[in-house]
Design a protein around this ligand. Structure first.
Ligand code: FES
Ligand code: FES
Length: 277
């Protein structure tokens, strides 16, 4: 066993801002710390206490949070451990969830591969799930009974999909999973493991709204807005399958989406207008 340095970047919870860190890697260690001020600077806050097993069998209590980490081209959302204020950035061989740094003894360098943080409480009963959401790879360590909506909103911080009813009746949580419109409040997150998912955040490209989004604005189909992400996803899912739907087909496509404000007429007009665009 020995020590190496590795350059990586710790990001903020949105994955927008990154700070470079040169971490000391102790390949004999089974847990990892990042200095607390570094995480605080990026707005990464502790989420829970976790117990980690050390290589010698002892346990330590640490505060953990979640954020983005990038090494080279690879970025993953990952758990981070809050360390001492003045302590070094120390990355163990099983350092960060989703990012296992395995030492290559011949080249004397560390190779990032996927792996698990050694934890006997917070993460031991969790499942690892992988999604491609709006073209970007995500992974999360989750309680197996969470819904896809809870994981996407609360863990991955894509909050466009809304929870209205939580029982599959209102459609506010609609997402497209492997090409199908689903009410994500009814889908367990592990059921979607490996899926390609599109959420409302993924519709605009390079700042240009999707035709359905634009049509909702142009037609004045939005009032309070709560149902709108789900309505737009339902409209997009329809147009993906049927580029020239008639009114009846549009009404059938949004039959699972409730709106308390608009009376639906403008929404139907908006989807029809998007089909013409
Ligand atoms: S929140 Fe999912 S259908 Fe209402
Ligand atoms: S715009 Fe308010 S619920 Fe639809």
């Amino acid at each position: 066993m020995g020590t190496f340095h590795v350059d990586l970047e710790i990001g903020d919870p949105e994955g927008e801002r990154y700070n470079k860190v040169s971490a000391l890697v102790d390949t004999g260690s089974t847990y990892t710390v990042m200095p607390r001020p570094l995480l605080e600077q990026l707005g990464v806050n502790p989420r829970e206490q976790a117990t980690f097993r050390l290589a010698d069998g002892r346990s330590v209590e640490q505060e953990i949070g979640q954020t983005w980490v990038r090494i080279g081209e690879k970025s993953v959302i990952t758990l981070v451990v809050f360390g001492e204020r003045d302590g070094p950035a120390l990355l163990g061989a099983y350092a960060l969830e989703g990012l296992l740094l395995a030492p290559d003894p011949i080249a004397k360098k560390l190779v990032p591969v996927e792996g698990l943080l050694m934890s006997n409480t917070a993460t031991a009963r969790k499942l690892e799930v992988h999604y491609t959401i709006n073209g970007r790879a995500y992974e999360a360590y989750i309680e197996p009974n969470l819904t896809l909506l809870e994981v996407v909103r609360d863990e991955l911080r894509l909050t466009g999909a809304k929870e209205g009813c939580g029982t599959g009746d209102c459609g506010a949580c609609s997402m497209i999973v492997n090409g199908k419109l689903v009410t994500s409040c009814l889908m367990l997150a592990p059921q979607a493991d490996g899926a390609e998912i599109t959420t409302i955040e993924g519709l605009a490209t390079h700042g240009d709204l999707h035709p359905v989004q634009q049509a909702f604005i142009d037609t004045g189909a939005v009032q309070c807005g709560f149902c709108i992400p789900g309505m737009i996803m339902a409209g997009k899912a329809l147009l993906d399958q049927n580029s020239k739907p008639d009114e009846q087909e549009i009404r059938a496509a949004i039959a699972g989406n409730l709106c308390r404000c608009t009376g639906y007429t403008k929404i139907v007009e908006a989807i029809a207008a998007a089909a013409e665009a």
